[in-house]
Design a protein around this ligand. Structure first.
Ligand SMILES: [Zn+2]
Length: 84
């Protein structure tokens, strides 16, 4: 009998995003998200430039709204792309 090729063990991961107790802006005690802070805003968008959902970004409601506004502001000022 021929031996079957062994498959690499693929684990199914249920939770993709680890939920944290506090959102990153709450932890940093940031009031409003700065639209000039491009490195931080880039982390909140996909490679295509879309804004991540609250579930993905892990932000609280208040900071997600603030992030959304900051990204839209940065896009208008051509600091960030609408579509990359
Ligand atoms: Zn927050």
């Amino acid at each position: 009998m021929a031996k079957r090729p062994t498959r690499p063990n693929r684990k199914k991961r249920r939770r993709r995003f680890r939920e944290q107790a506090k959102c990153r802006f709450c932890r940093a005690k940031t009031g409003e998200v700065d639209y000039k802070d491009i490195p931080t805003l880039t982390k909140m968008t996909t490679q295509q430039g879309k804004i991540y959902s609250r579930k993905r970004s892990g932000n609280c409601a208040r900071h997600q709204r603030s992030t959304m506004r900051a990204i839209k502001r940065a896009r208008f000022l051509a600091l960030m792309p609408y579509v990359a």
